[in-house]
Ligand binder design. Sequence first.
Ligand SMILES: [Zn+2]
Ligand SMILES: [Zn+2]
Length: 755
Amino acid sequence: MERQNAVVRQRIRVTGVVQGVGFRPTVYQLATGRNLNGFVGNDSAGVFIELEGAPAAIDDLVAILEAAPPPLAHIDAIQRTDLPVTGEPGFSIASSRQQVGATTFVSPDLAVCADCLRELQDPADRRYRYPFINCTNCGPRFTITMETPYDRPLTTMAPFVMCERCRAEYDDPTNRRFHAQPNACPECGPRIWLERDAKQLRVADAIAETRRLIAAGEIVAIKGIGGFHLACDARNSAAVALLRERKHRTAKPFAMMAADLTTAAASAQIGPAAAALLESPPRPIVLVDKDPESDLAAEIAPGNGQIGIMLPYAPLHHVLLESGDVWVMTSANHAAEPIVKDNEAARLVLAELADALLLHDRAIYVHCDDSVIRMTTEGELPVRRSRGYAPFPVRLPVAVPPMLAVGGELKATFCLADGKEAFMSQHIGDMENLETLDAFTAAVTHMEHLFRIQPELIVADLHPRYLSTRWAEDNFADRVVHVQHHHAHIASVMAENQYTSPVIGFSFDGTGYGTDGTIWGGEVLLGDLDGLARIGHLGAALLVGGDAAVRRPYRMALAHLYATGVGWDRRIPAVAHPTDEERRIVRHQLETGLNAIETTSMGRLFDAVASIAGVRHEISYEGQAAIELEALGTPEADGTYEFDLIEEDGQLVLDPGPVVAAVAGDVTTGTPVGAISARFHRAVASAIVTTAIMLGSRYDVHTAALSGGVFQNVTLLDAARRGLEENGFEVLVHRLVPPNDGGLALGQVALAGRR
Ligand SMILES: [Zn+2]
Ligand SMILES: [Zn+2]
């Protein structure tokens, strides 16, 4: 009987994403509701709790935390330790503490929640139409956090002094805004204004004027959560064309924001899975099929069957867009430079791009582009993992020492890892210029600081000319480990799937530096996280003139036709496209090998086929030819092509010769391009399946892993997965990080961590 009345004291340590997500108020309410004394607080390792009272009440509280944590929390672990009873009465929220040598998580930025949205739209609420409304369940996090623990003075909200009413909410453990660090109202919080020709318009006028300018076909730069967008009316062809002209962006698709799901569904085919994703707290851009009847400007995504659409996530967006509105919302930057995030930079850099600037005075500490996700038949396929997801960690299947992996070159991200947590950075951009390199350096420094990880090991790509590789070697010469590009892709998909047994990996992308100094990109690998080996590859062709061949797919087409022995018949569009002079030069280079390098790239084969079929001969953004070839495919068309599978020097070579010849034959006999596309996709999928069957039985491996930028192609991904599964393979595909180079750093960590 005495035991039941016993009082005990326990320390409870909770780690994971537990700060800035309403964890302390939840604990406060659970504790006071159970007559438990003690306190709860944040430190740099997570949340610490001390509870004193009946053991059953403590058990009950912990069980509820585990079973039903606050909606945005992700609990990693709960540790309990017994302490001596102190007899101190009451329960309180302790002030935040620093703790040395511990990793904490920082929540990603999250879309305005339903409760805040209701208040935002309620004329009687004191935050009616206030563009910075938030609570513990929603709002900016990663982009405003300068330091951990996550506390107002360590965020960019520090300069705003809460008014009495906001302070009362903040201090009230039963309030939804209890310790909501960005808590604010029109009286005390951040403000917006519109700048045009050095004139300023404030608050309500700024919103109305922004809407008027957009309706009139002008372009407005809008400061948001992770940076600026350039906005214009997505139904106004002239406005979208003007934006293309100013951004010097000829064809790469623009993302859009629709006011609500109904509005989005009027322009695109949005299934239930896509709808759920559009409305999820991270609010990514979702790539969906365009409705053929849509009245969106054709200039949004020329040659593309899909459009990228997102829903409002910042309260500012909800105030700006009215039902029926669809606006282009593209990252505001000059081509290839990082997204602009500061007012001063906006005035300098965006002046030529935008007719007006909609600014606010809450600083963005960390830039963070919108995330992009494509839907497959089986679920989500990340194309860019950034706002709303970063810096939430990816769990590694194996523990690694503290390390930094610097990724590749295009679509750069890096990864900081320690133990089993891999913190993938937000999207940084293409590492081709100093601005991006500076942004990269700043982001690395910030995240090392935030997560208190001091890397013992730096992992870089093998490519000697990647800026990221050079950055690693310049800064950490003696601690740099190199990982081959295509190995890293396969390790990336294995790591996110928590898979450590051997796989047959298909690592298909545009370009990566091979261990033999040639350009790889159609690689078949065997192994696990202890090491991968190349056991097969696409048959090589010559990349003529380096980058020129990448920008001009007809050069790759000429090279593949030449390698196959198909004559350069002028009825083949790729042959007819260049001038006689250029054709002569290319032939000379192919014959002599002058300024040409061998490549086994599958991405380049897609380019070649797109050009042979007359789809696209020159590109203005990465992957354009392949994207347009996929978009034109007509799945109902029958037939296929076939790769020759040849054993050569211990490697299985997927010879594309018969495929290239058949495409050339089809195009000269007038076969519709939709059928050529469908047959080509089938041929690649079928080559993957046949290769997996042959090599799988040889090495007794029955798991296939698909990674590399080529697998952003959902037609190919779905067909390959289906074929492999029908033949008894377990198939690893990406769901958390992109198959493109944006996911590379995760694989670098997984492989180097095991060495
Ligand atoms: Zn909220
Ligand atoms: Zn206030």
